[in-house]
Design a protein around this ligand. Sequence first.
Ligand code: NAD
Ligand code: DAU
Length: 339
Amino acid sequence: MTVIVTGGAGFIGGNFIYYMLKNHPEDRVVCVDCLTYAGNLSTLKEAMEHSNFRFCKINICDREAVYGLFEEEHPDVVINFAAESHVDRSIENPEVFLQTNILGTAVMMDACRKYGIRRYHQVSTDEVYGDLPLDRPDLFFTEETPIHTSSPYSSSKAGADLLVLAYHRTYGLPVTISRCSNNYGPYHFPEKLIPLMIANALADKPLPVYGEGLNVRDWLYVEDHCRAIDLIVRKGRVGEVYNVGGHNEMRNIDIVKLICKEFGKPESLITHVTDRKGHDMRYAINPTKIYNELGWLPETKFADGIKKTIRWYLENREWWENIINGEYQNYYERMYGNR
Ligand code: NAD
Ligand code: DAU
């Protein structure tokens, strides 16, 4: 079958493309990505050598270009990873989040309706559920938890989710949605917590922890997320939402201390900076549904995943050094300069 993967030059989409080429070499994979600051063609260097892979530089908001591609490729499946994904940037400038995350999703689904499709899958996030209090460790996000967003980013993702479910009910579009917790692993853009701390620790630069660093995230190795999406697309029930996460809750401060330890760097590098506005306290996924229906469980333990991730960043310095030496420096100065 032919699978369109949008946002494939980004972190999770890129990992998903390699997952597909390895596990389903018979399928044709067409990557649609407009290469924003977060898209990196060097991520797809090895994929470009596969005869079953095609890269198309297209913005998912560009209806004409998207329809043109559907006419050429007749895709069986569309998996929509493309998004503006960084909460801090959404607080600085929400508009592009609404455009790509909501309107772009609508364009992709309109193309699916017009040309016909076996499955449209929306890659969503646990952030649509808002946050959980730190003093209620018994609470977890289930698929029934009400949508209750905090940031422009999560609101745009929630808007897209509602639209996806509406296209299913109104037009009968065969959709599924996955809502995953925080991913980590190779090709993670260095504006996000784990790669940012790795890059700064290696350069003996301050490690900027927002507030006290007591916020909790539920970390999942990216390959486990890719496997979950693949299972949902092939075996998940149409019209359903599946939460994806692996009961691996950690406080930010503990992650940063662990990275210091791995590199033998002093904890005195840790600098507490002004907190993120509207900062979500705790995310925690209950993955019972995907386990019961599809048998999915995470395979990579955090202790192994973080070691693999650190090794990847050490062995692929060129990939991230090219990023942090470019335009990204202006962002870093803007975001952390006076914090
Ligand atoms: P990312 O920022 O690393 O990559 C996003 C990719 O989308 C980039 O390659 C970018 O160029 C592309 N893109 C952005 N706007 C586009 C547009 N208008 N048209 C075409 N391409 C466009 O993001 P990520 O961390 O890989 O996240 C991928 C998806 O997974 C997002 O939908 C995000 O909401 C979701 N998600 C992420 C996490 C996480 O921990 N990173 C967890 C759960 C869900
Ligand atoms: O939960 C899934 C979400 O995880 C995805 O939907 C988002 O696309 C993804 O970016 C991620 O969102 P977070 O806001 O949780 O990730 P981030 O890496 O930006 O931050 C993780 C935590 O670390 C958060 O509590 C903020 C904190 N932080 C982050 C940065 C960049 C710091 O303390 N210092 C930092 O410099």
